[in-house]
Design a binder for this molecule. Structure first.
Ligand SMILES: [Zn+2]
Length: 118
């Protein structure tokens, strides 16, 4: 029986848009590799001479970098899921090959495994 994955495709597309917006607000795309995002180096202002201030900025920078890499990871998952909807691999557990439960997909539309193989 063919499941209707339309709502998940819509969810994934919306999430992708949100993730990209969020990433854009945090950093910029690497012009030579649009898949690779880097934090804006504006916090690395060389005119900052105060050591404490510099440490604060470094902390901010690291935080942004960490958030950035999490967003990037999630975006890759969402992208991969969207790709699967196009080649009929969507909603299939990557471990056992069975259909992923709907409530699992409701919680995470980019899920690659069933509840059993979480
Ligand atoms: Zn499974």
């Amino acid at each position: 029986m063919e499941k209707n994955y339309e709502k998940y495709i819509q969810k994934l597309t919306e999430e992708k848009k949100l993730l990209e917006e969020e990433m854009q607000s945090l950093g910029r795309k690497n012009p030579s590799n649009p898949k690779d995002w880097e934090p804006v180096p504006s916090v690395m202002d060389a005119s900052v001479s105060d050591k404490n201030e510099m440490a604060d900025l470094m902390e901010d920078f690291e935080e942004v970098t960490a958030t950035q890499s999490e967003l990037e990871k999630r975006l890759n998952e969402v992208d991969a899921a969207i790709l699967r909807t196009k080649n009929n691999g969507y909603g299939i557990c990557s471990v056992c090959g069975k259909e992923i439960e709907e409530k699992r997909l409701d919680a995470n539309a980019a899920a690659t495994t069933c509840m059993e193989h979480l």
